[in-house]
Design a protein around this ligand. Structure first.
Ligand code: NAG
Ligand code: NAG
Ligand code: NAG
Length: 327
């Protein structure tokens, strides 16, 4: 009993709603910090989630993999990513992306510089050949660079279906074999809520989990991997994507919040929906509403009883690792 009271006292101040807010799946602290720093510098919530997920792409987000020494990808490592603007309900998504590191940057370029929502595989590579380079000097300018590339091909993408060629040779990969670590399996999902309640969400993953070539998981699918709606909130999911994507848990959670559910309840209800059919599925979800309230939930199974996530808001004023008990 004493222990329980102590926990409540400790957690309460951390769970206060405050804006702006950045929240992301897993203990990806640098991603949270990168997103927060984008907001502090006056960036939009879209900038924040893009920067945050890019940081994870850079680090492989397993804490141990740097750029040096990764094996040749031989075209077998693919990335999936998506980004969603909760003000306009625009989505940019990419899947089966090869030879590109900054997948979320390309997803954003798809959202902002094409009329499309979801582009997969070879077509993305061809269309953005120069953008899709293995890159070890990725930094903040890379996605701007990608956008620049999209606008610098001929024939004009708005008038012709291609094939596209670059107008000028702008970029040369330093290492044509890439620097990707296929053993990294993590997915990041991130939500940012702006000072005025604007919502953005993004995900990025490398789909290297012994998959059949061509398999796409939940991460790049709007409503499954993440969802953002500035009139309701945002959510992002992680886990067994093949199962989770059948339930659109991120859409579901946001819709529960629209109907008045607190973020924690919305997250739990979305997980419960899946649990009903797949009691042993591996998965978790984070939820945030437009006033900065947030929560998370996960499905309890052997070896997975707590789900870590990162939170930054003016109350914490630095990225803070939080954990939710699975149920
Ligand atoms: C980021 O990229 C730009 C353009 O390639 C370059 O000028 C800048 O020095 C890079 N910054 C870092 C920190 O690598
Ligand atoms: C958002 O969530 C917080 C914390 O659960 C809650 O206090 C607040 O009323 C919610 N805001 C809205 C708009 O529902
Ligand atoms: C948050 O932290 C930054 C730098 O660490 C500091 O400048 C700022 O005053 C802090 N804000 C609050 C509200 O504590």
């Amino acid at each position: 009993m004493i222990q329980r009271v102590f926990v409540i006292i400790c957690l309460f101040p951390l769970n206060q709603a405050a804006l702006p807010l950045v929240i992301n799946t897993w203990n990806f602290e640098n991603a949270a910090n990168a997103a927060w720093s984008a907001l502090q510098k006056g960036g939009s919530v879209l900038d924040a989630v893009e920067r945050g997920c890019s940081q994870c792409e850079l680090e492989q987000c397993d804490g141990s993999v740097g750029f040096g020494g990764s094996p040749d990808e031989r075209g077998e490592t693919t990335l999936d990513a998506m980004i969603m603007n909760g003000d306009t309900m625009e989505v940019g998504a990419v899947a089966d992306l090869r030879r590109v590191k900054n997948a979320v940057g390309v997803a954003r370029a798809v959202m902002e510089h094409t009329e499309h929502t979801f582009i997969v595989g070879e077509s993305v590579v061809k269309k953005q050949q120069l953008c899709s380079v293995p890159d070890q000097s990725v930094n903040e300018s890379i996605s701007l660079f990608c956008i620049f590339i999209l606008q610098n091909v001929f024939p004009d993408p708005s008038k012709s279906c291609g094939p596209y060629k670059p107008k000028a040779k702008l970029w040369k990969p330093k290492n044509p074999n890439g620097n990707f670590d296929p053993s990294s399996h993590d997915t990041i999902g991130m939500i940012a809520i702006g000072k005025n309640g604007q919502v953005a969400a993004a995900t990025s993953t490398n789909g290297a989990t012994h998959k059949i070539p061509g398999r796409v998981g939940d991460s790049p699918v709007a409503g499954a991997g993440a969802y953002a709606d500035s009139t309701a909130g945002g959510a992002a999911a992680t886990g067994d994507g093949d199962i989770m994507m059948r339930f659109l848990p991120s859409f579901l959670a946001v819709d529960f919040m629209r109907n008045g559910a607190q973020p924690t309840v919305a997250c739990k209800t979305a997980i419960s929906r899946i649990k009903k059919y797949y009691p042993n599925f591996f998965g978790a979800i984070i939820c945030a509403n437009t006033t900065g309230g947030y929560g998370a939930a996960c499905n309890k199974r052997p070896g997975f009883s707590q789900f870590p996530f990162m939170v930054v808001n003016p109350q914490t004023n630095q990225s803070q690792l939080q954990k939710v008990d699975c149920f």
